[in-house]
Design a protein around this ligand. Structure first.
Ligand code: 5GP
Length: 210
């Protein structure tokens, strides 16, 4: 029997622009999680680096990877494909390394349905307000208002998936949000459990949809 304890999977999802990517980076660097780097057919943003933020590929290459069953999960998000590759993730988990994913709700559902042998913790991040979300989206995509508006429309659909996650956190303050996530992960790792205030989150989501 191997005495290596398998790593755990932590999945962070959120509607686009809720600040999830920065949280994933902070959790990874401070807590020894390796990040699952996704493949995408989306074009890189100005500050993005191939092989570090994503593996940027064309649609033909992506479909080839699908047919070779290289993905643990994949989905179409905003007209582009995104997928998490299997090999690297399983290799890390099997040697005891924890892995963190920054993927949408469709990918999260697919991974959950696989009934993998690894412990999975799913976390959903909410923006503090609709106004703040819109300004984050505008900022990130260099004031591309059309794109930001499209993502807001998508937000109204994506946000409804909060209910299927283990923990839901409002990102109104980066450090506090980070602390809540780490506290939750540590409790879960030790098989203790923690609850979040579902009513508060439900009311917050209703406010975001107004
Ligand atoms: P963005 O284009 O803003 O980087 O990402 C758009 C959305 O795609 C985000 O919600 C992000 O979490 C999600 N995403 C990124 N990589 C993957 C992936 O490998 N699989 C899935 N299902 N979603 C992903």
């Amino acid at each position: 029997m191997s005495d290596i304890k398998e790593g755990i999977i932590v999945i962070l999802s959120s509607p686009s622009g809720a600040g999830k990517t920065s949280l994933v980076k902070e959790i990874s660097s401070k807590n020894n999680f390796s990040i699952s780097i996704s493949h995408t057919t989306r074009k890189p943003r100005n500050n993005e680096v191939d092989g570090s933020d994503y593996y940027f590929v064309n649609e033909e290459k992506f479909k080839d990877l699908i047919s070779k069953k290289k993905f643990l999960e994949y989905a179409k998000v905003f007209n582009n494909y995104y997928g998490s590759s299997k090999d690297e993730v399983f290799k890390n988990l099997d040697k005891g390394q924890n892995v963190i994913f920054d993927i949408d709700w469709q990918g999260t559902e697919q991974i959950k349905q696989k009934k993998l042998k690894y412990k999975i913790i799913t976390i959903f991040i909410l923006p503090p307000s609709r106004k703040e979300l819109f300004s984050r989206l505008l900022n990130r995509d260099l004031n591309d208002e059309k794109n930001a508006k499209e993502r807001m429309k998508q937000f109204d659909k994506d946000v409804l998936h909060w209910k299927n996650y283990d923990l839901v956190v409002i990102n109104d303050n980066f450090d506090k949000c980070y602390d809540k996530i780490i506290k939750y992960i540590n409790l879960e790792k030790n098989n203790s459990s923690d609850n979040y205030n579902k009513n508060l989150i439900k009311n917050h989501v209703l406010g975001l949809l107004k």
